[in-house]
Design a protein around this ligand. Sequence first.
Ligand code: DX5
Ligand code: ZN
Length: 216
Amino acid sequence: MAQINPSILSADFARLADEAEAVRGSDWLHVDVMDNHFVPNLTLGIPVVESLARATDIPLDCHLMIEDPDRWAPQYVEAGAGSITFHVEAAAAPVRLAREIRAKGARASMALKPGTPIEPYEDLLPELDMLLIMTVEPGFGGQAFLDIMLPKIRRTRELIAKHDLELWLQVDGGVSAATIERCAEAGADVFVAGSAVYGAEDRAQAVRNLRELADK
Ligand code: DX5
Ligand code: ZN
């Protein structure tokens, strides 16, 4: 079954506990950490993740859009995140970092920006629990889905099958009722949705709708 991870980037940051509660029934809560260096935007850091982990039962899927994830990612596990995604473009030693995240008890995930190909990382896939293919340039919610990423999703799904891996394939950026079926058809099974969930009147219903479309 498809997993839907609402992104709190589109939520009200002054009411994060309530906003998490509003998407009860979601698989994970997607938490976008931005440092104004790796991406041109600034969001939240370790203290907010710590508080959020205490405030909600939904496990936290932390997407680190930051420089030097080798230094910071392990601290997000300690803060209470259940899954940590670092960007390969920023990581000095992705294999060592993935192993450290797993050793600390979280799921290890690696993200690729739209311009980063999957092929150089084929041999690294067994070190990961999830791979994130960005379907917009990271940094902001509410951007238009990049259709040109669909072939990369398809090729990644083929690599996962070729190596017989239990790797989740996540997409993030512009995922909505209008685009989620194409992502699922291409082979994604974990879907981040910010504006499509938090822009809806009934957030829980929006999550159910997306899941239904992805499972079609
Ligand atoms: C963008 C973030 C996304 C963002 C997606 O850089 O990584 O998680 O919240 O927002 P939507 O779903 O509105 O494109
Ligand atoms: Zn994200």
